[in-house]
Design a binder for this molecule. Structure first.
Ligand code: KMH
Ligand code: ZN
Length: 274
């Protein structure tokens, strides 16, 4: 099975001041998308920024980003509905109106460093039902083992997502969530519902490599990017997201599971060309 590589290039929590190489302008996002696709990425997880580089869920900007990435690449465009820890539920629900191919959907609340990433059950269920109505393919974000239990409950109660495939992403190593190590990854994967058709994993900060290696050895896919880590190695900052995608592609090739094409990824997730 080839490896789906998702790039999460920007995120919402790192400032441009703290990380000047973070792609925050639309032109930088598109340049990043093109280079990462060429390096082996098949999906992009997008957060966008305003003219001052601050995170925003402005619908016009979201639509422009979806259109620009679609016109320049064949990447599956996944918009974040997590936004920033400060975003309202209303704004996060409205993200779906930008008509992405896919969206992230976090399965519960989690402490997020000194902040709280709030995802109460009524919000999760409303967001999920909207994805079903609008035929947008969700990626279930699992920050903790409790989120796996919530995924069982969601699917048992509301049925399968748009397209019928169930794709999850284990987000590991967030201070407040599950640790980014192999035993925890194995425990989470073993607890996934039987209807899950694919899963990826990403390790925050220094857990990036252990999580990627564990995911590959367990048959999972990879998410990488500057949303999740700004350090390529000890004392060596990431210069461009493409470095992380290239490294993921090398690891995947070593594991005899080379990067999946965008066509293959669309089949895996049952996402139609945008
Ligand atoms: N910015 C984090 C609080 C997602 O994109 O869905 C949430 C996040 C998850 O990044
Ligand atoms: Zn995100």
């Amino acid at each position: 099975m080839p490896t789906l590589i998702t790039v999460a290039p920007t995120g919402a929590e790192t400032t441009k001041g703290a990380c000047p190489t973070l792609p925050t302008k639309l032109s930088e996002v598109v340049e990043t998308a093109r280079r990462c696709e060429a390096a082996g990425a098949a999906m992009i997880h997008l957060h966008i920024r305003d003219a001052e580089h601050r995170p925003t869920l402005d619908l016009g900007r979201l639509r422009a980003a979806v259109a620009a990435v679609r016109s320049e690449t064949d990447l599956i465009v996944q918009l974040s509905t997590g936004g920033a820890v400060t975003d309202s539920f209303e704004d996060r629900l409205r993200v779906l109106d930008a008509d992405p191919d896919s969206c992230s959907l976090t399965m519960g609340t989690v402490n997020f460093g000194d902040d709280v990433f709030a995802n109460p059950w009524p919000f999760v269920t409303e967001l999920y039902q909207r994805t079903q109505e609008l035929r947008i393919v969700p990626e279930f974000e699992l920050f903790d083992l409790g989120h796996v239990a919530a995924l069982h409950r969601l699917l048992d109660t509301y049925g399968l997502p748009a397209g019928g495939k169930v794709h999850c992403d284990l987000v590991m190593g967030v201070p407040g969530g599950m640790p980014g190590d192999a035993p925890t990854l194995v425990a989470a994967v073993q607890a996934l519902p039987d209807v899950v058709t694919s899963w990826s994993a990403t390790g925050i900060g220094r857990t990036t490599l252990p999580v990627a290696l564990a995911a590959l050895s367990c048959g999972g896919h990879l998410r990488v990017g500057m949303e999740d880590t700004r350090s390529f190695a000890r004392g060596r900052p990431v210069r461009h997201n493409v470095e992380l995608v290239e490294r993921a592609a090398q690891l995947a090739a070593l594991a005899q599971r080379p990067p999946m094409t965008t066509e293959g990824a669309r089949e895996l997730l049952n996402v139609k060309p945008g």
